[in-house]
Design a protein around this ligand. Structure first.
Ligand code: SF4
Length: 221
């Protein structure tokens, strides 16, 4: 990632970047399809190591018959595994989803817990998934750091964290709280459309005037 890995943008540049991202992606939101908080939780669990497009294809069929903890529990682990097989890691995901459904029924009256901490106690629900669910359905201010958010924010200089947790902490410090959830979506959109993993399209990127990666890796070439 550039020679200035330890550097971060100044406050003014960070604000300019946020304004540009908002202009670029005014309607940014999760690209997973869902009709309830429970469906978003399941879709987010399924999206680990899988594309949103693939998850939507699978859940488009799955949720026709199974869209509550109770209906999921009519399935055996291997039966659910077959239905979600194409999302990858289907055995683990199937096991975790059914365990989660049991906990939701037994401890939460079939509803979702509303805090990030409680969500993270559900099997298969890591920090990223908990943040996605809490911010999208409960309006909790949160920044879920997935592979796109991590890469894009560290390239631009909104963060310089060596891991996702540090990056999350830095983004929370550098971005106003009321923009956390939106910024999460802006960075994902930017990562999918322009600042791609292997070949960032810096030549067409409106952020380039501020971007540290651009200054270190493109201008100097
Ligand atoms: S200038 Fe390049 S590295 Fe920087 S944000 Fe844009 S595409 Fe990504």
């Amino acid at each position: 990632m550039g020679k200035r890995k330890k550097m971060m943008l100044a406050k003014k540049d960070i604000n300019d970047v946020l304004v540009l991202l908002k202009e670029l992606y005014p309607d940014a939101k999760t690209e997973l399809n869902y009709n309830s908080s429970f469906e978003l939780l399941i879709s987010t669990v399924l999206s680990a190591q899988c594309t949103d497009k693939r998850v939507n294809k699978v859940t488009g069929e799955l949720y026709k018959d199974y869209n509550t903890p109770e209906t999921f529990l009519t399935l055996r682990e291997d039966e659910l595994g077959e239905l979600i097989r194409s999302c990858g890691f289907y055995r683990t995901k199937s096991k975790n989803i059914l365990k989660t459904c049991r906990i939701l029924i037994e401890e939460y009256d079939s509803q979702l817990p509303t805090t990030i901490e409680e969500l993270m106690k559900l099997p298969g629900v890591g920090r990223k998934t908990a943040n996605v669910v809490a911010s999208n359905v409960f309006g909790v201010d949160a920044i879920a750091v997935d592979t796109h958010v991590f890469r894009v924010s560290n390239r631009i200089g909104l963060a310089n964290g060596k891991d996702v947790l540090l990056t999350e902490e830095q983004l929370m410090k550098n971005i106003p709280k009321n923009l956390w959830s939106e910024a999460h979506h802006w960075l994902i959109y930017h990562g999918r459309r322009i600042c791609k993993a292997r070949k960032p399209q810096c030549e067409v990127c409106p952020i380039s005037i501020h971007c540290l990666y651009y200054k270190d890796n493109v201008i100097k070439e």
